[in-house]
Write a protein that binds this ligand. Structure first.
Ligand code: LIP
Length: 281
């Protein structure tokens, strides 16, 4: 390392936070009025120029802080690494919200080592919420300059629980997810749909939701949020069974993920199995 070059950092959570905040500032302050978009999997699945710009900014920041690490980003950044650390990045989770100027979007950054999520940050600058977790060190929220520890709710019955979900971008998938929702809705207190999986997961961790499920997420949507939920005492798994870790870092869609406070996880799981949630095309 030449004199004057930045020294690599070993505080993975600190790096996750600094990268997330750097992207958040850019996304808030540099959003063009005539923002350009391209279609992805369907006409309503879009990527904006700011998604791409954010991911490139994350790559530049990580090159400073962690030059030997690998990167996997939603918008296509794939950097090999030699350190054993892989950064899993969604530069804008909740792109549709960002496009419509709704404030519920977040930068999601996770550090993964040998399939274990070691640190994660979900930074939502438009609503002044920064959720963080490091393995075995708990989960926290910084809001209004105040840092507080997160803990899932104490809900113990599904029919009194607030449950979140999300939907894919294809009409066939959405029709199936609507059928599942029709079975879930009468069995819970109510349902919420934020449009950003990372936020839904963090709200479960904060106890503001009692549970969340969604089919078709990608690893960058949930990697940071899953650690934040588990460090807040929540239970995150695949509906079909099995734990989230060892995390498989790939481009494909995932089956149904379910996250909840332990008091309602089993009930929610049973309702989703009865609704064949994982069989939605
Ligand atoms: C979004 C997810 C959300 C899902 C949306 C979309 P994106 O991610 O966070 O839970 O319901 O359809 O996939 O595409 O905004 O990064």
């Amino acid at each position: 390392m030449h004199r004057g070059m930045p020294k690599p950092r070993d505080d993975l959570l600190g790096v996750a936070i600094d990268v997330s905040v750097e992207l958040g500032k850019m996304l808030l302050n540099e959003r063009p009025t005539d923002i350009q978009t391209d279609e992805k999997s369907s006409p309503v699945d879009v990527v904006t120029e700011m998604d791409r710009a954010g991911e490139l900014r994350a790559r530049q920041a990580l090159a400073r802080y962690r030059p030997d690490d690998a990167i996997c980003g939603e918008e296509g950044v794939r950097e090999p690494g030699t350190s054993g650390v892989t950064w899993v990045i969604d530069p804008i989770d909740g792109t549709t919200n960002y496009l419509y100027r709704l404030p519920l979007w977040a930068v999601s950054v996770a550090a993964v080592v040998d399939g274990r999520i070691e640190a994660g940050c979900v930074h939502a600058p438009a609503v002044d919420m920064t959720f963080t977790a490091a393995r075995s060190l708990g989960a926290h929220l910084v809001q209004g300059g105040h840092r507080s520890a997160l803990s899932v709710s104490t809900a113990g019955r599904l029919d009194h629980s607030l449950i979140a979900t999300g939907f894919g971008y294809g009409s066939t998938r959405r029709a199936g997810q609507g059928r599942v929702l029709a079975e879930v809705l009468p069995q819970v207190r109510d349902v919420r749909r934020s449009g950003a999986a990372s936020m839904d997961l963090c709200w479960v961790a904060a106890g503001w939701l009692d549970g969340y499920y969604e089919r078709g997420l990608h690893v960058w949507d949930y990697a940071a949020g899953a650690l934040i939920v588990s460090e807040a005492g929540g239970d995150v798994s695949w509906l079909a069974g099995g734990a989230i870790e060892p995390l498989l870092i790939h481009d494909g869609e995932e089956p149904t993920l379910i996250a909840a406070t332990p008091g309602v996880k089993d009930e929610l799981h049973a309702v989703l199995i009865a609704a064949s949630a994982d069989q939605v095309p």
